[in-house]
Design a protein around this ligand. Structure first.
Ligand code: NAP
Ligand code: G4F
Length: 328
């Protein structure tokens, strides 16, 4: 019988790649979706079917990380083999505007799923993945960052992720749950949300090349990030749940680049000089910034056989090419 996986956040960047990956592996994939006034399923439309019965192995369920009863009921009726908790209010800058909501969904939401696992009685067989984040390292206490680097979050989002991370460790130790956290460094793709900096840049570069836009307003260009390709990172999530024992792993590229470097790569790919177009807007600054992230993925390489293939320059090119193609 096909294994059953439940993905929260299936309509997001990572959820859509993970759904694709698991369907290819033969899983029956269930997704938790929240109700919106318009359908926001563009990233999974190509997987087809859910509501029209075209793909019986992809089934969507209404629910919300803020609604514990919906989670208990779903886990009880579904009895999934694997749960990937990818849902979150995932925007760091926005978390300063809505800290309470971010804490509730990104932090407590993970606790609601963990508790729903216990309440629904599936704790002995289910395997659980928590989407932890390099944002937890914040004001970094070591370079590069590993699974043992102390956390020092710099945003309500980072604090919420630290809470969810430690709750996952706690449920693993308290209830013997097969619960893993993937501490993922920034990962991007043509499906990246349009308000994150890489995608904002790739879209602008394509539009400027086509004469559809003249300027691009950004905030801090000096921050350094370890950027990988989302499509490769979802395989790492799955690998974590296929091991004999649950554990936590960093997924990263072990390279770091400034926003300026990404601008050069993206605009340079189209023979444009970013300095001719980029303007500063203080609205994109954060009350506290994460200045430097660079991850050491050697544990994932050793234990999971996972390694990133795409680095920042290749990533910038593939994102710009996709945005250019979309304009055609
Ligand atoms: P994303 O594109 O922003 O997707 C977030 C998903 O969560 C969407 O499907 C969204 O649904 C859903 N969601 C938000 N609030 C919800 C709620 N209250 N109940 C149920 N679902 C809700 O994020 P991503 O980039 O794919 O990231 C996936 C996860 O990894 C997130 O937890 C993120 O914090 C974490 N992470 C991401 C990165 C990265 O670089 N991408 C790095 C480390 C960790 P809607 O479509 O309805 O909005
Ligand atoms: O693209 P960003 O918004 O990503 P950020 O803050 O690193 O968070 C992302 O990665 C985390 C992993 O470390 C995830 F957990 C999180 O969910 C999210 O996916 O910003 C990257 C950098 C920041 O230093 C920001 O200050 O870009 C800088 N930046 C400069 N101008 C900008 C802009 N960021 C955004 N979003 N928009 C700007 O105009």
């Amino acid at each position: 019988m096909a294994k059953k996986a439940l993905i929260t956040g299936i309509t997001g960047q990572d959820g859509s790649y993970l759904a694709e990956f698991l369907l290819e592996k033969g899983y029956e994939v269930h997704g938790l979706v929240r109700r919106a006034s318009t359908l926001n399923r563009a990233r999974i439309d190509h997987l087809q079917g859910f509501e029209h019965g075209e793909n019986p192995r992809l089934i969507l369920h209404y629910g919300d990380l803020a609604d514990s009863v919906s989670l208990v009921k779903l886990l009880y009726s579904l009895q999934p083999d694997e749960i990937y908790n990818l849902a979150a209010q995932s925007h760091v800058r926005v978390s300063f505007d809505i800290p309470e909501y971010t804490s509730d969904v990104t932090g407590v939401g993970a606790g609601r799923i963990l508790e729903a696992i216990i309440e629904s009685g599936i704790g002995k067989k289910v395997r659980f993945y928590q989407a932890s984040s390099s944002e937890m390292f914040g004001k970094v206490q070591a370079v590069p960052q590993t699974e043992t680097t102390p956390f020092y979050p710099r945003s309500p989002y980072g604090c919420a992720k630290v809470f969810a991370h430690w709750l996952t460790v706690n449920y693993r130790e308290s209830y013997n749950l097969f619960a893993c956290s993937g501490i993922l460094f920034n990962h991007e793709s043509p499906r990246r949300g349009e308000s994150f900096v890489t995608r904002k840049i790739s879209i602008a570069a394509a539009r400027i090349k086509k004469g559809l836009q003249k300027e691009l307003y950004l905030g801090n260009l000096d921050a350094k990030r370890d950027w990988g390709y989302a499509k490769e990172y979802v395989e790492g999530m799955w690998l974590m749940l296929q091991q004999d024992k649950p554990d936590d792993y960093v997924l990263a590229t072990n390279e770091t680049h400034t926003i300026e470097d990404f601008l050069s790569a993206a605009f340079g790919h189209l023979d444009l000089d970013w300095r001719d177009y980029v303007k500063f807007d203080s609205r994109y600054l954060r009350p506290a910034e994460v200045d430097l992230l660079i991850g050491d993925y050697s544990k994932a390489k050793r234990a999971l056989g996972w390694e990133p293939q795409t680095r920042m320059h290749g990533l910038a090119k593939l994102m710009v090419d996709a945005d250019l193609a979309a304009l055609r």
